[in-house]
Write a protein that binds this ligand. Structure first.
Ligand SMILES: [Ca+2]
Length: 200
């Protein structure tokens, strides 16, 4: 109330007051904290948490980007180069199949270790060899299909186009037969010896 007996508004930060000024608050509005006779709003930067009892910003645990409490299990968003496992954010290396790439904020999946634990790689056939369906960057190669990759097993890759092949016979010697394929193939020896009869 003013000296002339009229009602006046409290300061916008006050819940109740004895005057209109910032330092006339008796109690604070919601989301304001009482400190040194004034109601203040704690604005904490990312990675810090408003402690309304101590009326100060406190740092989140180092594994957190943002947090609800300052403990290791209080992260809302995990810090860079960590992964959430149950309630905690742990370094990439703590999770099988992942590693830390120093220049990347996200954990990276290991390529070539024979397991596939995320969608960060297309395939993992347990090696870094190209031309077998899953290349050295763990990308599915053209015309291949890979399947079976899981946290417990690697991918198996198959060529999805049928193989085309040609047979030719040397005119000078009909016992010499040439078979040509449209791509590299692996010739497996059969236990049975087959005689081929070539008719020209
Ligand atoms: Ca490969």
């Amino acid at each position: 109330m003013s000296p002339d007996g009229l009602c006046v508004f409290c300061h916008e930060s006050c819940g109740t007051c004895v005057g209109p000024n910032l330092d006339d608050c008796v109690s604070c509005k919601k989301r304001y904290d009482f400190l040194d006779g004034k109601c203040i709003k704690l604005e904490c930067q990312i990675g810090w948490l408003a402690d309304h009892d101590a009326v100060e910003c406190v740092q989140c645990h180092e594994s957190c980007h943002t947090c609800m409490t300052t403990s290791a299990s209080g992260c809302m968003i995990c810090a860079e180069q960590t992964l959430r496992v149950k309630i905690a954010c742990v370094p990439c290396e703590s999770v099988e199949g992942f590693y830390t790439e120093p220049t990347e904020p996200e954990c990276q999946e290991i390529c070539g270790d024979g397991i596939k634990v995320s969608d960060l790689i297309e395939c993992d056939d347990g090696n870094l060899d190209p031309l077998d369906g899953c290349n050295e960057l763990c990308e599915v190669e053209q015309s291949f299909v890979c399947s079976g990759g899981s946290p417990f097993s690697g991918d198996e890759c198959y060529y999805r186009e049928p193989i085309t092949w040609f047979i030719s016979v040397a005119p000078s010697d009909i016992t010499k037969v040439t078979i040509q394929f449209d791509r590299d193939v692996i010739i497996q020896k059969s236990k049975r010896h087959l005689k081929l009869a070539v008719v020209v």
